[in-house]
Every structure is written in structure tokens, then in C-alpha cells.
Write a protein of this length. Sequence first.
Length: 182
Amino acid sequence: MAQKATIYKVELSVSDMDRHYYETHKLTVAKHPSETDERLMVRILAFALNAHEHLELTKGLSTDDEPDIWQKSLSDELELWVALGLPSEKVIRQSCGKANDVIVYSYGGRPAEMWWEKIKNSTTRFDNLQVINFSEAETRELEQLANRSMKLQVNIQEGEVMVSVDDSIVYITPAKWKNTNH
């Protein structure tokens, strides 16, 4: 019998001083049976970093042709494609062809560094691609905040991120491995 997704209720308050975006999002997040708490929290963090009224969590791991997060225009055009982990060059190429902007959030320490070394030269032609890495130590700290019912506060200022739940605070410094060229 197939395992079912675990549902997480998240009240996500985003204060993004860099983009002047201040909003609270009530999210229902389905955690796939094969998804770790670390990946779930990275997904929520990626949502916070790109928070927008039209941003949506997708089916993610259970659907191959969708990103983890996307933003569509009112005319249903893909404005933003957000992928997590270490996607293949083929997946990146396809994503860059489908969306105006693509952001890959990598994490996991040494495997992420090896992945980037392997594919970075083949990504130079994608002007609409950003690759941002989170350190393994920071995502492991973030993983400790995971709870089925969460009230997360995310503050973003000058590229630095502070995630807090109750009295627990995790500081994250995203490393930009590749910026868009437009």
C-alpha cells in the first residue's frame, strides 16, 4: 500500500526588506513520503525568498514535469520556476525554456558543490537562470524547526535570511553561484 503525504500547516510571515514585501501566507504543505524534513524546510524557505501573491507550491516530488514552486501570470504564462536540489542539465535546460525566470536552490554540502562543478559551464547560456546554494550546516539547523503546525517568521535584509519559530532562530546566508543576465 502506498504511503500518503503528511500535511503541514504553515503560517509564514515574510518581511523582505530587499524587495519591500511584507505579507503572511497560510500554506498547506504536503510532505511526500520520500521527502526529508530538511527538503521540506528548504522548500518553505525558497517560497519565502520568492514570496508573491501568485506564487504557489506545486505537487513537487510527485510530478516530474512541474517545479517545486511556480508563479504564473494571470494569462497562465510561467513567470517563475523554482527547483530544489541538484537537477540535471537537461531538466535545467527544459525549465529555462518553459519559464521567464528559473531559480535552482541547491543544498547538501559536498554533493551540491560537485554537482555545480560538473554542470556550471553548461549553464552559462541560460540568461534566465539563477543558482543559489544553502550550506549544509544551515539547512540542517533549519530542519530542526520542522513541525506539523508552524508559525515561521522570515526576515530578509541585504541578502541575509533569519528564520524564526518561537525562540529558535536560524541564520542563513544564501550563496549565489549563478545570477541571471537580464
